[in-house]
Design a protein around this ligand. Structure first.
Ligand code: FES
Ligand SMILES: [Fe+2]
Length: 382
């Protein structure tokens, strides 16, 4: 983050603190409840958003050595990611080119030199080339050159592995992240390592994973027994980098900065900085580490969440491990509170209690997020 941006954000927060105000939209907005459970709408989002837009699916620290791999299939295309010699990555559809069985069944592994289909035993190397066919006399005309694994465009940027889910699509993450690209570059995400990864399923539409994080209005009540005492009630900044957003949740300690020289000001020491990278990744920057969440669709009313912390170095002592674990537990306890409420929303929208949900002016991030989705579904879907 540029120093001028950091100072500017701190000044905006201090001004809100002095005025007891927060960033507000011009007006309230509303959203039809069907957005969370209508199967046609879900199909359109699945095709136009999850089928076409770049997204992060993991961190490079998961696969540090050549041949390390992981697989992912949560509602959309099954993917196989392999670390290559020279430090790059390959991304493939995890589908055998013979008769289409799932190729790799393990969630991850190390130093793999070949991937063998368990149906009829076709063998592929980490570059996706078809290198073995049992009973090859049965396929005299088969051109192996064009029966390698199907590649997906893939890029490592800011330490994350990003894929373009459309094999024929383009991937340019600097372009896709826009102004946030340079800003994210300042956090050394590429040298951080994953800590305490966890995967969990929730009975919610994928959008509720994001909705949950887009406002601080709920913190005082929903997190009253956990994190609320650290934060200002309903004071925050919400900025749009269409289709992404940056949200600042200031902590009470930020008030102290008003009496200190600007040269000493640090935003992340006194606020959580949330990057919402459309459509389904969130990076929560905390004073000395990050929390990361990716939500994957699992039907219209289900989601699989991959969550982890990113820490500057792999902990080398029990003391360091305990320190990070304590931090991670605080975050995940709060997130458990969020997702329990989100599941109640998913149940609630299917009742006839509401035709629309209402987003208050201070919930402007929700208005923007759903606007971004509408723009894609309504405009590109025609
Ligand atoms: S489907 Fe993979 S070898 Fe037949
Ligand atoms: Fe929350």
């Amino acid at each position: 983050m540029k120093r001028s941006t950091e100072l500017n954000l701190i000044k905006r927060v201090l001004s809100h603190v002095a005025e007891k105000s927060t960033d507000m939209a011009d007006a309230t907005s509303s959203l039809p409840v069907t957005r969370y459970y209508d199967p046609e709408r879900f199909e359109a989002e699945q095709k136009l958003i999850f089928g076409r837009l770049p997204r992060a699916i993991g961190h490079i620290s998961q696969i540090p050595e050549t041949g390390d791999f992981f697989t992912l299939d949560a509602g959309d295309a099954p993917v196989l990611i392999v670390r290559t010699e020279g430090g790059g990555v390959n991304a493939f559809l995890n589908v055998c080119r013979h008769r289409g069985a799932r190729l790799e069944w393990d969630a991850g592994g190390c130093g793999r030199k070949r991937f063998t289909c368990k149906y009829h035993g076709w063998v592929y190397n980490p570059d996706g080339a078809l290198i073995g066919i049992p009973g090859s006399e049965g396929f005299p005309e088969l051109n192996r050159e064009i029966h390698g694994l199907t590649r997906l465009p893939v890029q490592i940027r800011h330490g994350f592995v990003w894929i373009q889910p459309d094999p024929k699509g383009e991937l340019d993450m600097a372009d896709y992240l826009g102004d946030l690209d340079a800003e994210l570059g300042g956090f050394d995400l590429d040298t951080h390592v994953q800590f305490s990864p966890r995967r969990f399923s929730k009975k919610i539409n994928w959008k509720l994973v994001i909705d949950t994080f887009l406002e601080g209005y709920h913190v005082r009540t929903a997190h009253k027994d956990t994190i609320a005492p650290m934060f200002f009630d309903n004071i925050g900044l919400t900025d749009r980098f269409e289709p992404h957003q940056r949200i600042i949740f200031p902590k009470l300690t930020i008030s102290d900065l008003a009496d200190q020289p600007e040269e000493t000001w640090s935003l992340r020491q006194h606020a959580n900085i949330l990057y919402v990278l459309f459509p389904n990744t969130m990076i929560l920057v905390q004073p000395d580490h990050m929390g990361v969440f990716h939500g994957y669709t699992d039907g219209v009313d289900g989601v699989v969440v991959d969550a982890c912390a990113l820490v500057p170095h792999a902990p080398a002592t029990d003391k360091a491990t305990n320190y990070w674990q304590k931090n991670v537990d605080i975050l995940f306890n709060a997130v458990d509170e969020d997702f329990a409420l989100a599941e109640s929303v998913q149940a609630g929208v299917k009742t006839q209690a509401n035709e629309h949900l209402t987003f208050g002016r201070m919930e402007k991030g929700l208005g923007w997020f759903h606007q971004s989705i509408d723009q894609i579904v309504d405009e590109k879907g025609r």
